[in-house]
Design a protein around this ligand. Structure first.
Ligand SMILES: [Zn+2]
Length: 180
């Protein structure tokens, strides 16, 4: 049988077109929605698509799945928006964590062992800050990081909302066929 003869369906999760397997459910596939950046919310949508094994858009169960997912995405967007803006302290913590990672990865790349003392000195954000913060992070850098965090959040909210809208549109365009 030629590839195009195999039945395909629209995934009720990522809205991609994929083959249907036994039982009329979505074949295993990755999450490939365009212009959507997921994965920031408890690892959701990383790896295989959550829609694998679901019935496609245009079926009763597929459409119900898509409607439920759209509502969940809107809920996440609302929760995320309701959170207060990132504080300077949060931005500083992120800067410190990155500097820690960077510090150790440089040393590991050079083949230098990391001593227990070093680990102790650099292992907690507080300790790292004590030893390095004064000269390492300027107020401007912290503000820049705060902006990055805020923009990333706005992008998450926007991508959840736009995907929710796309799911609703797909359901509206593919009503459940009348059973005769
Ligand atoms: Zn999918």
């Amino acid at each position: 049988m030629a590839q195009q003869d195999k039945p395909k369906g629209m995934c009720p999760d990522c809205l991609g077109h994929y083959r249907l397997v036994l039982g009329g459910v979505m074949v295993r596939h990755g999450f490939t929605a365009k212009n959507v950046r997921h994965g920031q919310h408890g690892g959701f949508h990383t790896g295989p698509c959550q829609g694998v094994g679901q019935q496609p858009i245009g079926t009763e169960r597929g459409n119900a799945y898509a409607v439920r997912l759209a509502a969940r995405l809107r809920g996440w967007a609302a929760d995320e928006e309701a959170k207060p803006a990132h504080t300077t302290e949060q931005a500083l913590q992120v800067q410190i964590r990155e500097a820690q990672d960077c510090h150790f990865s440089r040393q590991v790349r050079r083949g230098q062992p990391i001593s227990a003392e070093q680990r102790a000195a650099f292992s907690t954000p507080e300790a790292f800050r004590m030893t390095s913060v004064s000269g390492w992070f300027s107020r401007e850098q912290i503000e820049w990081r705060r902006g990055v965090l805020e923009r990333a959040r706005a992008q998450r909210v926007e991508s959840w909302r736009s995907h929710a809208g796309a799911l609703d549109a797909a359901v509206a365009a593919n009503p459940v066929a009348e059973v005769v």
